[in-house]
Design a protein around this ligand. Sequence first.
Ligand SMILES: Cc1ncc(COP(=O)(O)O)c(C=O)c1O
Ligand SMILES: [Zn+2]
Length: 425
Amino acid sequence: MANLVCVRCGETMPVTQPMSFVCPRATIYNRHHSLVLDEQPKLTVRESFNPFIAFRRMLMWASFADALGMSDDQQVDLITVLTGRVKAVDGAGFHFTPLRRADDLSRHLGFSDEGGVWIKDETANVAGSQKARHIFTELLHLMSLEIYGRAPWTFATRPELAIASCGNAAIAAATLAASVNWPINVFVPADASETVLNRLHELDAKVNVSLRTEENPTGDPCVREFRIAVSDGCIPFGVQGPENAWCLDGGRTIGWEIAEQARIKNVAFSRAYVQVGGGAFAANLSQGLATAQPNVKLMAVQTAGCAPLERAWRLAGETGSVRDAGSRWETCMWPWESTPSSIADGILDDETYDWVSVLNQMDATKGRPVVASEDIVRTAWDHGREYTGINVSPTGSAGLAGLVADRRNVRDDENVLVVFSGVLR
Ligand SMILES: Cc1ncc(COP(=O)(O)O)c(C=O)c1O
Ligand SMILES: [Zn+2]
């Protein structure tokens, strides 16, 4: 069975351990530790439209639930019940999302009939983005502990949940929390959009606005306040690996799903251009896809307004190797100095929290980072909507911006993967 191992200090922990969220050596002041799985499972698919049921035997949660004494049928029942509750709150439940060759966009970008751009469309997923995939395995962990009487709380004494996010992840977390009536604190920046705030209020989330201060000019103030809330007893319910390793479990379903759909459609990808904020999404997609297509180059896309990952890639290469650079955390990764800005505002994380795993995946697949200018981010957003008809947000189409910026390095007959990861609200 796989173990959790810290990319910084090597501390290991069995996946069967309750509340195995952060490395035991991490502190509230030093989160430069991150638990990740030391091996990836073989692709194992069961018949279902729900990815959490179809790929359940691959989840680290399956090993956790087995150890609690839950049978496979009981695991399917819990996923089914929770998905039904999510659907009651959101309108959408978990289901395979479409993967299609975008014919007009491929033509517009000059691809030949042998190649093209393939879009994985997450805009109709739960809460309008891929984020709920990450958080659902955190929910499964908590609910199974509670049901089996192994949690240090009861239904009546549940600690509140907490998340730091500017948009999609906050809405996803608040949606899942509302589905099981679990109180949640959401830490959002001062410029969070009206639409996001309204939805969070509808979902009964406790909204806390976090401000940048003169004592702490860099680093995300929402993350800082979230960490204080967690040290005061809240349960981390977010999408950054160092804050809760369990987000790195369900996040892989997008890669497994693409692997299975690509098998059915008989397409082999050469590259995946994936937008990077905190980095969990790109790392998980690439790990998941690699179970069937191990050589799809991970092209990690950031905007010129905030590109700490590209800096880490360069520094890690200069100081040894880009692989397993966790012990060189301070040398490679620190908050972006200027205030991050872009219309792709969902990927403006000051730090790429899951950078070690993203670097490892780029190294394993012979990929690299791509930084897209703001002009290209905007053009890709316009053309992405125009040529596909998908109501995608600028963050959601930022992977396409990476492809556009890098187009001269891509042959016309390559099949390239892009994820439209979030809906325009
Ligand atoms: C729509 C959308 N796509 C992609 C991302 C990037 O994901 P990650 O922060 O895991 O890198 C985000 C993050 O907020 C997002 O909202
Ligand atoms: Zn550690």
